[in-house]
Design a protein around this ligand. Sequence first.
Ligand SMILES: [Mg+2]
Length: 298
Amino acid sequence: MKAALPLLSLAILAACHTAPPPVPQPESVAMEPDTPVSQAPVPSAGEQWLLGSAEARIIMVQTWNDIAAYVEATAANRPNASVILAPGATPAAPEFLACGDKPLAAVFDADETLIWNTGSTGAFRRMDLEYTPEIWADWERTGAGKAVAIPGVLDALQRIRAADVEIIVNTNREAVNVKGNIATLRMAGIGDFVHGSTLFLKGDTPGGSAKDGRRLAISENYCVVALAGDQLGDIADIFNEKSLRPADRKQLSASPAFDAMWGKGWFLLPNPLYGPSIDGTMDEIFPPETFWEPGTKD
Ligand SMILES: [Mg+2]
């Protein structure tokens, strides 16, 4: 019979395994204020939400399902009027282009509408840089394969095409980078687009990043039944009047003629990363009448 290890020895062994002797600690650690602190890049809150969260994925899938359902229903009951505002239209005198017997189309923005620019967004974050035009141009030329289809898009496009509605992309990517931009859309699975026919880029019509000119050009050949984007400029340039403060844009978007369009031909997707929606002073975002502070002073 083997002799049992004395209980006291076992207790000592266990203590040795679970409680190493304490390491002496200095009483205080001297800070070196001049030493530069190198910090690993961290995604912004907006990037975490948009590109990483289940919540954003769900909103995208919901919205693209809504877009596809709306287009299917509209194609089955052909409208007389397009959803493109006529030149000079105002909230008080809203007028939409007539459709005639033109074939139906749905017009979508590209960036943060059909595709997420995950590659360039990550690069800017790693370099700790804000938007830089030269780097963005390089992204347009060489980013194919590193931009991804937004959740819900591919299924929605399939349904829209099955309803015999042409998909047209109206983007502020540059016409000079047409080759890379077509490749980016193709590699993300969005489709094969033809410049000037199903793809309209910045520089195709006068007006720079304003898209009304391109919407009118598209309307020469198509009855547009749906517009979707992540910026109000993807719907109509009237929303991008420079003097409009955030509250003015909200009010304009809520004017009865325009308010009737949201979800019924005009569709917006969330983009907390950039664009005219990211604006507002403390007083504009937190109106004085809502001022509050915790009553912990006494
Ligand atoms: Mg966009």
